[in-house]
Design a protein around this ligand. Structure first.
Ligand SMILES: NC(=O)c1ccc[n+]([C@@H]2O[C@H](COP(=O)([O-])OP(=O)(O)OC[C@H]3O[C@@H](n4cnc5c(N)ncnc54)[C@H](O)[C@@H]3O)[C@@H](O)[C@H]2O)c1
Length: 253
């Protein structure tokens, strides 16, 4: 059975790279118009170029998801460009800690919570009125396996991703009767530039990280994109408030 999309317009935050870029490409390949958003304009425009080169329709809108006014303006730009919003993938996130809980700084805490939690909250705050006015839609937020359990040396990040799941579940229940579905995707370690930068200098560490996944490898960005599209599509009409681990079995151990 193939995925069916009755909507026409998708928004991806953090769309300049990694999981966001792959998901923007996947939405476009399904024939959806895509608004790619990020603080990284060069990367975001690069995603748009890739979509256009493949015959798709997209445009870039710069937005820092930590700024209320910018997030509001982003949603206005989506409507100005394409007239509606059907699917929102709130995916912008940062991962900057390097030490145990007692070694963290207030600046790290504020930065991580600002992007990962406030950013997702602001996006949903400004998306939901649009979806209500249209009579429905679907939202997927990027959490992490660090939203489902401990993440040693990444405690603030883990707290932020647990919070993403809390926002997701609460919004799902609040708006379930209004035909707005809200789910989260929880990736384990995924092969992105971030991962390569961190581990290319130390192949032994990279091998160890692979063994943390029962399937014996880390994930691919396309594998997360597929899960996001599923959670958005009509086939998932009965799925809301769910945090879907896409993790090679990592959380099953
Ligand atoms: N890569 C992994 O292993 C992994 C695992 C679990 C969860 N995640 C989550 O997946 C999401 C995407 O991460 P990725 O791995 O593709 O990393 P990435 O760094 O390639 O992509 C994140 C994007 O978010 C953007 N961004 C950062 N701050 C922003 C802000 N304030 N406003 C708007 N955009 C902002 C960045 O510019 C970047 O393009 C993040 O939420 C991350 O926490 C990643």
């Amino acid at each position: 059975m193939s995925m069916t999309f009755s909507g026409q317009v998708a928004l991806v935050t953090g769309g300049a790279a990694g999981i966001g870029r792959a998901t923007a490409l996947a939405f476009a390949a399904e024939g959806l118009k895509v608004v790619v958003s990020d603080v990284d304009a060069a990367g975001g425009e690069g995603t748009v170029e890739l979509i256009r080169a493949a015959g798709g329709e997209a445009r870039f809108v710069r937005c820092d998801v930590t700024r209320d006014a910018e997030v509001k303006a982003l949603m206005e730009a989506v409507i100005a460009a394409y007239g509606r919003l059907d699917y929102a993938f709130n995916n912008a996130g940062i991962e900057i800690e390097k030490g145990k809980l007692a070694e963290g700084s207030e600046a790290e805490f504020d930065a991580i919570m600002g992007v990962n939690v406030k950013g997702v909250w602001l996006c949903m705050k400004h998306q939901i009125p649009l979806l209500l006015a249209q009579g429905g839609g679907a939202i997927v937020n990027t959490a992490s396996v660090a939203g489902l359990g401990a993440a040693p040396k990444m405690s603030i990040y883990a707290a932020s991703k647990h919070a993403v799941i809390g926002l997701t579940k609460s919004a799902a229940v609040e708006y379930a009767k209004k035909k707005i579905r809200v789910n989260a995707v929880c990736p384990a370690v995924i092969d992105t530039d971030m991962f390569r930068r961190a581990y290319e200098a130390d192949p032994k560490k990279a091998e160890f990280v692979a063994t943390m996944h029962p399937v014996g490898r880390i994930g691919k960005v396309e594998e997360i994109a597929t899960a996001v599209l599923y959670l958005c599509c009509d086939n998932a009409a009965f799925t809301t408030g769910h945090a879907l681990a896409v993790d090679g079995g990592a959380t099953a151990i």
